[in-house]
Design a binder for this molecule. Structure first.
Ligand SMILES: [Mn+2]
Length: 328
């Protein structure tokens, strides 16, 4: 049988496609089209006839497989782990778990979830090298890095693949090429392919440059750091504040999203002390939202943003004494 693969356009999506491909080819099936998809597609995605109507590729349409992306009722296989997997109430009712359709929001990566589900449901015996890929997707998609430093230095081979995927901007030919490589051999070998190794080097050079921007522009206010990225949004390094100040608990960043002022706040993931502030709840006050450990809100005017910024930093400092300011 021939299927079309639709998968989220990030490392987890591409790796999930590789796991799926390995499984399908193992039982003699084929893939017609490899299509990375992203959330800008959502208005069309919500159409029941999406798989018939879309213009993502030409040619014959095969039974669709969707990975690491919201539920759609017309799929042959669907595996996802996102907490926001169901976009329509009526569709959620149509979801019934079976061998080909599963939802496991507790998995750190869809790649790992698809691997485990296919093994369980189909007695699939995956090639041993896929085990390493799964471990790394749980780290990268689950943001379970050992340190902030690891995210800046990006020395491990998986980071090169991640950087390469990022640079392809959803190109389906490149996606097919890389998904086939990842399905056929160990990710370490894939990371050594010259163009992928080169993408890794470029990403590391960029990170060194961007950390320097943080070093020059990051302010420390009590337990929180503040960075203004307006005009420098390309330099965003989520964990750089904790790399420079590992003892600080929170980071706040200012940016523009279109014509809106954007405040993002996060908690240092390597900070284990209890008694946390729910950042998503804090942002709700300003019409935003998020999770316990990260959130954001948007503002029409600079004045509104400045006022909220002061308040948010004050709240983040309220419950905790100041910690010594230490650079690594
Ligand atoms: Mn994912």
């Amino acid at each position: 049988m021939t299927y079309d693969l639709y998968f989220h356009n990030d490392f987890d999506g591409w790796a999930s496609a590789a796991v799926m491909l390995s499984f399908l080819e193992g039982r003699g099936d084929h893939i017609g089209h490899f299509t990375p998809v992203d959330h800008d597609l959502q208005p069309q995605w919500l159409d029941d006839a999406f798989f018939k109507k879309h213009h993502l590729f030409k040619g014959k349409r095969n039974a669709p497989i969707v990975l690491d992306f919201p539920f759609h009722p017309g799929t042959a296989f669907w595996f996802d782990h996102h907490p926001t997997a169901f976009k329509k109430k009526a569709w959620q009712k149509k979801f019934h778990e079976d061998a080909e359709h599963a939802y496991r929001p507790r998995y750190f990566s869809c790649c790992h979830m698809a691997y485990a589900t296919l093994k369980r449901n189909f007695k699939w015996q995956p090639p041993a090298y896929l085990g390493g890929l799964i471990i790394w997707l749980d780290i990268i998609d689950g943001a379970r890095y050992t340190s902030a430093k690891q995210t800046i230095l990006m020395k491990e081979p998986a980071f090169a693949i991640d950087s390469f995927i990022d640079a392809q901007k959803g190109d389906s030919k490149k996606a097919e090429w890389l998904v086939r490589r990842l399905a056929a051999t160990s990710f370490k070998e894939v990371a050594g392919i010259p163009r992928i190794a080169a993408a890794g080097r470029r990403a590391r050079q960029r990170a060194v440059r961007d950390v320097d921007f943080y070093r020059k522009n990051l302010a420390v206010i009590g337990n929180a750091t503040l960075i203004n990225l307006i005009g420098h949004s390309d330099k965003m390094l989520r964990y750089a504040p904790y790399y420079l100040f590992p003892k600080l608990r929170y980071s706040v960043r200012i940016n523009m999203k279109g014509s809106f002022y954007h405040i993002g706040a996060g908690e240092n993931p390597w900070f284990t002390r209890k008694g946390r502030i729910h950042i998503g709840q804090l942002m709700k006050k300003y019409g935003g939202g998020g999770h316990a450990s990260a959130g954001a809100a948007e503002f029409k005017t600079k004045e509104e943003m400045e006022k909220a910024k002061e308040e948010i930093i004050a709240v983040l400092n309220k419950k905790f004494p100041s910690f010594p300011r230490m650079r690594e």
